[in-house]
Each structure stands twice: as structure tokens, then as C-alpha cells.
Design a protein around this ligand. Structure first.
Ligand SMILES: CC(C)(COP(=O)(O)OP(=O)(O)OC[C@H]1O[C@@H](n2cnc3c(N)ncnc32)[C@H](O)[C@@H]1OP(=O)(O)O)[C@@H](O)C(=O)NCCC(=O)NCCS
Length: 296
């Protein structure tokens, strides 16, 4: 039986596997291995991937936070890491090992290297985090083995728009850049929402909406993404001041064109989940959020 090193990597493979940042000409090969990960789940088009790669190349994130595991010249595994400035969480965001090389410790090795680089580049990091589909037992057991624990469930729910009872008292207006400090204080629908002030600046569009009380307090922000071709629906993403969720959602219903609505929503929004389940919303997918505190 082959012996194991401290990463759990079999020694014979370990001698040959190298982990390094991808080089600028490896985009296609990276994408191919990335796509062998979970085909059909969270898939992104090559165009969107290329834009992501280019952005990260320009910003230096590719060099800092993306990694490939290589055997000789062949990429056998890929990982993309992300840092959230607001939460001070380092995320192991995307991880895939080529099917021919799974179960030999390379995934564990890539995670351990990711943890090292996140801690090195972001000394104020508080948590390491990973999201995993609730059906992905294999990845889940790997993460739990290396001390990540489940903290939240993200629910992807689908249902119908509803007619609010009574007239909303919230004022609805388009956002402006000077409102970003207020928006950063709201609780997002999911942990992967905006991660710093710059990402808010990039995100805000005139068609988004903010919600204010009569006293001028900003209590909600809504982004609606309409999918009109396949299974027409509106995906709603939000940031909400605690206790104002039901009011903001009611007000938001008045803005919807399509009948079907989808949310990705974290289980800390229990008040909103109460409403959605009462309205007949059903889970179509779900994801665990696992975390491990960084001990200093
Ligand atoms: C999940 C994945 C990244 C793991 O990488 P890997 O190199 O196969 O994992 P490792 O060899 O380091 O395995 C570590 C642990 O994973 C689990 N694991 C590995 N192969 C497994 C299998 N066939 N069945 C169940 N669990 C398995 C075990 O807990 C294993 O620990 P052990 O070897 O002590 O039993 C890889 O299987 C993969 O690319 N899967 C598809 C994409 C994916 O699910 N990505 C993660 C999205 S969050």
C-alpha cells in the first residue's frame, strides 16, 4: 500500500504533482478541467469564463489566487479562490479534479495550498469557507474530513409572484453610487453577494431598486434578473435590513412582469422563508456553506 504524506497524498503521485498559478496561455486547458467538475451544475459559458479569467489576470488575482495541479505538463486539477473583504472570508470557490485523477489526494492537496495562499495574501482573514451542493456527498465528506463544518444552507426556491395585501408604505427609487455605504450595512440574501465597495460600484445599475421608509431609512435593495427564454422567470437578489424583509418583498412584487420567481436565499432569513413556504415556494436546489475559523 502506498504511504501518505501530511496532505493525505499518495507518495508516488505526490512526487510528480506540482501546484502553481496558471500561466496566461493555459486558459483553455484550465476551462476544460474546470468543466469536468460538475457538468450541468453551475456551468458557465466559455465566454463568461474568459471574461472572468481576463479580469483576474489584469487584477493579479490569477497569479495570487488561482491554482492548477499539474502532472508533467498536464493540468489534472484546478481551484479558484476568492477573498471577501466585507466578511474577511477566504473562499475556495471552484474546485475540480479531472475524473481520471480523483480519489488520489489531489483535491485535498489543492485545498491545503489554497488555505496557505489565502492566509498569506490576506493576513486579516477570519474564516475559510466553501460552498457545496447538498447532493455532493463526496466533496462534503472531503471538506468535513479536513475540519470544515456546515454553518448555513442556501436554498434555491421557485414559486409565483403574489399580490400584496394593502398598499406598501416604502418608497422605491433607483440607486445612486453615494448610497453604497448604506447598502453595505444591509444583510445579503446569500454569502456570495458583493464582497467589497468596488464590487458594489460595479454592480449597481439604474434599473435596480432601493426601498426607503418615510423617514428616509434605506431598508432594502433589489436586483431582478429576467430570464425570458427557457422557463421564463425572474431571479430576485436582495439585501435587506433585518425585520424589513417581508415589507421589501411585498413592495417588490409590484415591480414584477413575469409570473414565476426564483430566489437563492440563506437560512438566516427565516422571516422571508416563512413567507415563501406559505406562498407555496418549493426548493429546486440547495447548497451547504461550510466554514473553518482561521486560528492565529
Ligand atoms: C470533490 C473533488 C474535488 C475531490 O478531489 P479528489 O482529488 O478526488 O479528493 P481526494 O483524493 O483528496 O479525496 C479526499 C476525500 O474525498 C472523499 N472521496 C474521494 N473519493 C471519493 C469517492 N469515490 N467516494 C466518496 N468519497 C470520496 C473521501 O472523503 C476522501 O478521503 P479518503 O481518501 O481519506 O477516503 C473531486 O472528486 C471532483 O473534482 N469532483 C467533481 C467536482 C466537485 O464536486 N467539486 C467540488 C465542488 S464544491
Amino acid at each position: 500500500m502506498p504511504s501518505l504524506n501530511h496532505y493525505g497524498v499518495t507518495m508516488s503521485l505526490m512526487r510528480d504533482v506540482r501546484i502553481r498559478a496558471p500561466s496566461s496561455d493555459e486558459r483553455e486547458e484550465f476551462f476544460e478541467v474546470y468543466n469536468t467538475g460538475l457538468p450541468g451544475v453551475d456551468e458557465i459559458s466559455e465566454k463568461r469564463f474568459s471574461e472572468w479569467w481576463e479580469r483576474c489576470y489584469e487584477s493579479g488575482e490569477l497569479e495570487r489566487l488561482w491554482r492548477v495541479a499539474v502532472l508533467g505538463k498536464t493540468i489534472v486539477g484546478v481551484v479558484i479562490n476568492v477573498f471577501n473583504d466585507i466578511l474577511r472570508w477566504g473562499f475556495i470557490w471552484e474546485l475540480a479534479i479531472h475524473p481520471d485523477y480523483r480519489g488520489q489526494g489531489i483535491g485535498t492537496y489543492l485545498i491545503k495550498e489554497s488555505e496557505k495562499i489565502l492566509k498569506k495574501h490576506y493576513p486579516d482573514i477570519r474564516e475559510l469557507a466553501i460552498g457545496v451542493k447538498t447532493t455532493n456527498y463526496r466533496a462534503l465528506s472531503l471538506y468535513e474530513k479536513i475540519d470544515y463544518g456546515i454553518r448555513f444552507v442556501e436554498l434555491h426556491l421557485r414559486g409565483k409572484k403574489w399580490i400584496p395585501e394593502g398598499q406598501s408604505t416604502l418608497k422605491i427609487e433607483p440607486p445612486s453610487q453615494d448610497i453604497i455605504p448604506d447598502l453595505m450595512k444591509l444583510t445579503p440574501d446569500s454569502y456570495w453577494s458583493t464582497r467589497n465597495e468596488d464590487s458594489w460600484r460595479e454592480l449597481l445599475k439604474p434599473e435596480h431598486r432601493i426601498f426607503r421608509t418615510n423617514e428616509g431609512l434605506v431598508v432594502g435593495y433589489i436586483r431582478m434578473l429576467m430570464e425570458k427564454r427557457k422557463k421564463p422567470h425572474t431571479e430576485i437578489q436582495f439585501n435587506i435590513r433585518p425585520d424589513y424583509g417581508p415589507q421589501v418583498l411585498d413592495a417588490c412584487m409590484e415591480l414584477l412582469e413575469l409570473e414565476t420567481v426564483e430566489f437563492w436565499i440563506q437560512d438566516n432569513h427565516q422571516d422571508i422563508l416563512d413567507i415563501l413556504y406559505l406562498k407555496g415556494y418549493k426548493r429546486i436546489e440547495s447548497e451547504f456553506l461550510l466554514r473553518k475559523p482561521v486560528i492565529k
